[in-house]
Design a protein around this ligand. Structure first.
Ligand SMILES: [Zn+2]
Length: 306
């Protein structure tokens, strides 16, 4: 049996394929498509207990441990600077002052580090289910809280959730609970992969596969305003091509960068104006995180106000 659509509650969603996984927590699922709102989702959703176990060791389960080599750090750092610049443009247009940030799922805190470097006076709090990340966050001066217990007073100016929402079983309840602490007029930033089942060989660990329409539906029904949705990175039609990131060239390129030969790859393309570190530009370039696209692309970003 297919559960109803987690966004629009349509009960007529159809199974398109078996859910591709390797971890036992994701066994026996299908990938269902909702024709009413365009949402694609795992069905049935995995049991909460199994998911909780998986997420408490997320970075060792899904990412082979926290990023620690210099090129990976440069990639994530560049990516988070571009996200920050994107958010700041929105805050400026809507005249939103931010003195407090609450981030869900910050991992080891790359976004927090770059935000605090730019805005050192911000009161920064975060909730992270993977406890192995907590020492990194404490080092940055981030107040690590349990979102289910603390942070109920609506006082936060900006909520950030980057690559979190695609992992939850009930996005309406999750987002509604998570934004309780957002003040009226404050901003919400979400980034998720866009329909990534189309270009990846596994569906795990994602449960929700967003595009603009279901994201609009989700934010709209929760009463958010000034919703702005955009695609970033390499376009889906190119990601689906078997020649994308031709493996041999990418391996050679990465090797050269690791050996310190960065400059030839560090051209400052339009959209990279804020990236001053050549390694960050070199690592970002093949993924085009500095470009916004009219057609569906790797990442979907949403900004909205409460
Ligand atoms: Zn739907």
């Amino acid at each position: 049996m297919i559960g109803s659509c987690p966004i629009c509650n349509n009960t007529q969603a159809k199974v398109h394929a078996a859910y591709r996984h390797s971890h036992a927590s994701f066994a026996g699922l299908n990938r269902a498509h909702c024709d009413a709102c365009g949402m694609v989702f795992a069905s049935p959703m995995p049991a909460e207990a199994a998911l909780k176990d998986y997420n408490t060791s997320y970075f060792s389960s899904a990412h082979d441990g926290l990023a620690n080599n210099a090129s990976t750090v440069a990639f994530f750092s560049g990516l988070s600077r571009l996200r920050i610049a994107h958010i700041e443009r929105y805050l400026e247009i809507h005249h939103i002052d931010v003195s407090s940030v609450f981030e869900l799922g910050p991992g080891s805190g790359v976004f927090a580090r770059n935000w605090l470097e730019k805005h050192p006076k911000t009161k920064y709090a975060a909730s992270e289910t993977d406890h192995s990340c907590h020492p990194y966050l404490h080092q940055l001066g981030v107040n690590v809280v349990d979102n289910s217990v603390e942070f109920k007073p609506p006082a936060t100016d900006l909520i950030v959730m980057s690559h979190v929402l695609e992992h939850v079983t009930n996005p309406i309840k999750f987002l509604s609970d998570a934004t309780q602490c957002l003040r009226k007029g404050g901003a919400l930033f979400i980034e998720v992969p866009c329909r990534d089942y189309e270009h990846k060989s596994q569906d795990e660990p994602h449960l929700l596969f967003f595009d603009k329409e279901p994201m609009q539906g989700l934010l709209g029904q929760l009463g958010f305003n000034n919703i702005s949705l955009s695609y970033h990175g390499v376009r889906l039609n190119r990601l689906r091509s078997p020649f994308f990131l031709h493996a041999k060239w990418m391996a050679l390129r990465s090797k050269l960068i690791r050996f310190g030969i960065v400059r030839p790859f560090a051209r400052r393309y339009p959209g990279m104006e804020i990236l001053n570190d050549p390694s960050e530009r070199a690592m970002i370039a093949p993924f085009q995180a500095h470009t916004e696209s009219d057609t569906p692309a790797w990442w979907l970003r949403a900004l909205a106000t409460k």
